[in-house]
Design a protein around this ligand. Sequence first.
Ligand code: SAH
Ligand code: SF4
Length: 377
Amino acid sequence: MTSHSQPELLGLDIQELAALVQGLGEPEYRARQLYEALYRQRAASLESVSTLPEKLRRSLSGHSLGLPRIERQYSSSDGTIRYLIAFADGQSVETVWMPEGDGGEAGDGSSAGDEEETKSGKNWRRATICVSSQVGCAVDCKFCLTATLGLQRNLSAGEIVGQVLAVLNDRGARIAEDRINLVFMGQGEPFLNYENFTKAVRLLVEGARIPASRMTVSTSGIVPRIHDLGQEAVRPKLAISLNASNDDVRARVMPINRKWPIAMLLEAARSFPLRNRERITFEYVLLDGVNDEVAHARELAELLRGLRAKVNLIALNPGPGIDFGTPADARVRAFQQVLIRAGIPTFIRRPRGRDIFAACGQLKRTVAEEPLVQLQP
Ligand code: SAH
Ligand code: SF4
């Protein structure tokens, strides 16, 4: 058993590992071996790292690997798996696995629709993992269940990376062959945990070898950090949770709009240095009768004019204590049509795993205590 007083190896970058192994009197190249074992080979224990000499493994025994534990997992009828992942101090978050290959769609709105099974017999060829960045969230959006947790704490870089590695291990995924996308859209506001979040991204790109072009971070609109992200050498694609077409409505459903109103947010989006063929995704949760009128769609199209943008529409996923309704499909489609006619690529995000409370805005640990089908104790 690991104890949380032990320093954890996951989360250390190559320089930090070099300092560690040198401090133990070992040659620096051992750091590279350790780095590869942690992030690329996704070692489940230190003992299993056969590339390291026995003596070094013993010297490292004061450290824990830091791989979080899968506390429970819930499977949806659509193939989505909601993992409850527990850290050394007993806190836990959700990490969601969304396979594609059953004709499904996940993550960035690009559809797969590939029914073939791979040679290994897996019934998925691509998957998106939705990753948490904090335990709970302080941002207090009125339509989001995570908000009701409040902020419990930030996750460390190792804990953010650890979620991904634990789920990849559980699913038997192979980075070189399987197409794995990451979305940082689980519990928490990644930009209010910016240093740990960006370090985790670097470890996942450089260590675990998941291309940054397959990663998307979603923010509620922490404007200074949008500017910062644009300056990062290694960064995911950017998604912004807009959710309203004017400040009145947005401030009502997202109090953070009082600090960074729409004009500031869109200014940050306009100055964000996009790469070749890259677009900014704007997420828009449709709340029945609140922000889903055709007039709102026109206002939104006006706001996004001239931006290299795409829009993901998400009909509200309901939850206990959430005082908004889910619009009918016809309203969602009418909203989409206005945007498409204005030349903005607009996708309707199919909810994934609603039956197991795995869909956007439904991640709140306590829901898991309720009697849902429990697959693995
Ligand atoms: N904190 C970040 C990332 C996590 S939320 C952010 O807010 O962007 C991921 C997405 O889920 C956001 O776009 C958010 O607007 C959306 N969301 C939150 N609650 C939802 C709900 N109840 N139904 C549908 N989408 C929701
Ligand atoms: Fe936090 Fe995002 Fe939920 Fe808002 S939508 S409360 S920022 S997790």
